[in-house]
Design a protein around this ligand. Structure first.
Ligand code: F6P
Length: 564
C-alpha cells in the first residue's frame, strides 16, 4: 500500500489529529454550555434513539469524522457489503448475514444466483421443526414428547442464540407444548454434566450447532451427549412383530434426539445426523453473524417462528436504514465514528457495554465476540501492520449490577472509558395484576433514573450536583467520561433485531475505516493447534521436552497431582 493510501495519512485523519489536540483539553461540561446539543447529536431509526451528545465531540469534530468516513469510502463499502461482493478478502467470499433477513419477496442475485429462495427454504424447514416440537409431536425414541432441547455450540453458535432467547423470554407463544431450551458451550463439560444429571434422556433433544462442524469444544460435548443417550435408551425390547414396543437402536436415537446445524452437510452426515434433521447455512455467513438463520433455531423454539421473523424484520429495517440514510443521519455510521474518535484521537481504548434491563444480561458477552473477534486485528487488508489502534477492549455487565462492581473505576479510576448505556423506554405494560404492574413499572422507572444519572455523572463529574464548597479529593468526580445512550421504544423482537444489526454494521464501518477485514478470525486458529499438540502430550506422556520451561513445570505439577 502506498503511503498516500493509508487512512492515517489522509487529509481527513490529519485534520482530526490537529483538532483532537484542542478537544483533549475541553471538558464535556463546556460542550454542554452551548444549547441544542441533544437535538444536534441524537438520531432515531428502526425503533431506536441514539444519543451521542455525551461524546466529547463538537460540531467540527462531527463534520471531520464524516469527512473521514467519506475519505475511507464508507458509502461504497456499505453497498458492496449489502450487494454481496467478496468483502471477506482473506477467505475470498461475501459476508451476507444481511441476506438472512431479506423478506421473501426480495431478490439478491450474487454471482448469478438469487439467494433469497434458499434462505426462505431454510426458514420454512426451521418452522416445520419448531411447529412439530411445539405441537408435542416430536417424540423421543421411547415415544414420549420432547420437553428439553440442549443447544451444543460455542462462540457464534452459542452467544447469539443465548443472548436473544434470554432477551425475548417474555415473547414465548401461548398454548404450545412447553419445551425448555438450554445451552452448553464449555469444553470442560460442566454445563452439560449438570443437564445430564437432571434431564430425562427420553425427552431430551440436542441441537448440535457448529458452522464448521469441527470445533472440538462442541464435538466433545456432542460425543458425551450421544453416549449418554445410547447408554440409557438403546435396548432390545422383544418381538416388535406382535405389537410390543420395537427395539431402540442407535439410528432411532440419532433420528429422534439430534438436530444438526452447520455449513457442512457432509460432516453432519459423517457424524450421524439424519438428513431430515440437518439444517444448513452457508459459508458466506460468519459464525458471529449467524443467529439470523438456522443457528437461530433455539431462538425460534423459545419465541416461536412469528417472533423470530419479527427479529429478522427489525434487523432488515436497520439494513435498509444503513443502505439509504445519509452518513450524517446513519446510526451505524455515527456509532462507529464515535468509537473511532475515542480510540484513535482521544486515546480511549476501553469500552464498556451497560444495559439497564436484566433481559439483556448476555448482550455484553455477545458484543465482546462481535466486536473483538471482528476488529481485534493489527494487519490491514494490504498485509501491513496498522500504525493506529483498532478495536478497544470491550467488556460489560448489566448496568445496575455494575454500579456495585466496577463503576468505581469508571468514576474515579485512571482509565478513560467509553460507555454504551442501553435501555428500553417502556416495560411491563402487559402485566395483568394491577398492583404488581405498578410495582414493576416503578422499578423500571428507578432503573431508567439510574441509567440517566450515571451517564450524567460520568459526563459532568462533581458539577452534576449543586454543593457549596469543594469536596475532599477522595470524594471528587472528574467527569468527562464519554458515553452513548441507546433507547429502545421497548425491548421486542423487532427492536432487538435492529439493535443487533446496528452493532454489526458499526463494526463493519469501523473495519472499513481501519482498512481491516472484520469477517475472518485467524487469531484463534493457532491456539487450537497448540492445544491439540498439548493434549497429545497430556494423554501420551510423550514429547514433554518440546515444551518451554513454564509449560513443562505446569504439566509436571499436573502429573504429580494425578499420581497422588
Ligand atoms: O474459534 C472461533 C470460532 O471459529 C468462532 O468464530 C465461531 O463462532 C466459533 O469458533 C464456533 O465455530 P463453529 O460454529 O464452527 O463451531
Amino acid at each position: 500500500m502506498n503511503q498516500e493510501d493509508r487512512i492515517d495519512q489522509s487529509p481527513a485523519w490529519q485534520a482530526l489529529e490537529a483538532h483532537a489536540g484542542e478537544m483533549r483539553e475541553v471538558h464535556l461540561r463546556e460542550l454542554f454550555a452551548t444549547p441544542g446539543r441533544f437535538a444536534r447529536f441524537s438520531r432515531e431509526a428502526a425503533g431506536l434513539t441514539l444519543d451521542l451528545s455525551k461524546q466529547r465531540c463538537s460540531d467540527e469534530t462531527h463534520a471531520l469524522l464524516l469527512a473521514l468516513a467519506r475519505e475511507a469510502g464508507v458509502p461504497d463499502a456499505i453497498t458492496r457489503l449489502l450487494d454481496g461482493e467478496r468483502v471477506n478478502r482473506s477467505e475470498d467470499r461475501p459476508a451476507l448475514h444481511t441476506a438472512l433477513r431479506l423478506p421473501e419477496s426480495a431478490r439478491l442475485e450474487v454471482e448469478g444466483e438469487d439467494l433469497v429462495p434458499a434462505v426462505h427454504a431454510t426458514l420454512a424447514q426451521m418452522q416445520r421443526m419448531v411447529e412439530k416440537l411445539h405441537a408435542g409431536q416430536w417424540r423421543g425414541a421411547t415415544g414420549k414428547a420432547i420437553s428439553d432441547v440442549v443447544n451444543l455450540g460455542v462462540g457464534g453458535s452459542d452467544l447469539g442464540p443465548l443472548m436473544v432467547t434470554h432477551a425475548l423470554a417474555d415473547y414465548r407463544p401461548e398454548g404450545v407444548h412447553e419445551v425448555q431450551v438450554h445451552f452448553a458451550s464449555t469444553m470442560d463439560g460442566s454445563q452439560l454434566a449438570d443437564y445430564l444429571s437432571r434431564l430425562n434422556p427420553e425427552t431430551t433433544l440436542f441441537v448440535l450447532s457448529s458452522k464448521s462442524f469441527t470445533t472440538i469444544d462442541t464435538l466433545s460435548n456432542a460425543r458425551t451427549a450421544r453416549d449418554w443417550l445410547y447408554g440409557r435408551l438403546v435396548c432390545s425390547r422383544g418381538d416388535a412383530g406382535n405389537g410390543a414396543a420395537a427395539d431402540i437402536d442407535r439410528g432411532l436415537v440419532m433420528r429422534q434426539h439430534f438436530i444438526g446445524v452447520s455449513a457442512s452437510p457432509e460432516k453432519m452426515s459423517e457424524w450421524g445426523i439424519a438428513e431430515p434433521n440437518q439444517l444448513e447455512f452457508w459459508e458466506w455467513v460468519g459464525g458471529r453473524y449467524s443467529l439470523w438463520g438456522a443457528i437461530g433455531l433455539p431462538i425460534a423454539l423459545v419465541v416461536g417462528m412469528a417472533n423470530f421473523r419479527g427479529l429478522l424484520a427489525g434487523a432488515h429495517a436497520m439494513d435498509q436504514h444503513f443502505r439509504t440514510a445519509p452518513l450524517e443521519d446513519n446510526l451505524p455510521v455515527l456509532l462507529a465514528l464515535a468509537g473511532i474518535w475515542n480510540v484513535n484521537f482521544l486515546d480511549i481504548r476501553a469500552h464498556s457495554i451497560l444495559p439497564y434491563d436484566g433481559r439483556l444480561e448476555y448482550f455484553a458477552a455477545y458484543l465482546e465476540q462481535l466486536e473483538m473477534e471482528s476488529n481485534g486485528k493489527s494487519v490491514t487488508n494490504h498485509g501491513e501492520v496498522t500504525p493506529y489502534s483498532t478495536c478497544p477492549v470491550l467488556w460489560g455487565q448489566l448496568g445496575p449490577n455494575a454500579q456495585h462492581a466496577f463503576y468505581q473505576l469508571l468514576h474515579q479510576g485512571t482509565q478513560p472509558v467509553e460507555c454504551d448505556f442501553i435501555a428500553p423506554m417502556r416495560r411491563y405494560d402487559r402485566v395483568e395484576d394491577d398492583a404488581t404492574r405498578a410495582h414493576l413499572k416503578a422499578q423500571h422507572r428507578l432503573t431508567l433514573a439510574n441509567c440517566f444519572a450515571q451517564s450524567r455523572l460520568l459526563m459532568l463529574g462533581d458539577d452534576a450536583i449543586d454543593e457549596d464548597g469543594p469536596r475532599p479529593s477522595h470524594k471528587r468526580y472528574r467527569g468527562n467520561q464519554p458515553s452513548t445512550t441507546l433507547l429502545l421504544e421497548r425491548l421486542s423482537p423487532t427492536t432487538l433485531g435492529a439493535l443487533i444489526a446496528l452493532y454489526e454494521h458499526k463494526v463493519f464501518v469501523q473495519a472499513t475505516i481501519w482498512g481491516i477485514n472484520p469477517f475472518d478470525q485467524w487469531g484463534v486458529e493457532l491456539g487450537k493447534q497448540i492445544a491439540g499438540e498439548t493434549e497429545q502430550i497430556l494423554a501420551s506422556h510423550q514429547g514433554l521436552e518440546r515444551m518451554d520451561e513454564s509449560s513443562r513445570g505446569l504439566i509436571e505439577a499436573l502429573w504429580a497431582a494425578e499420581r497422588k
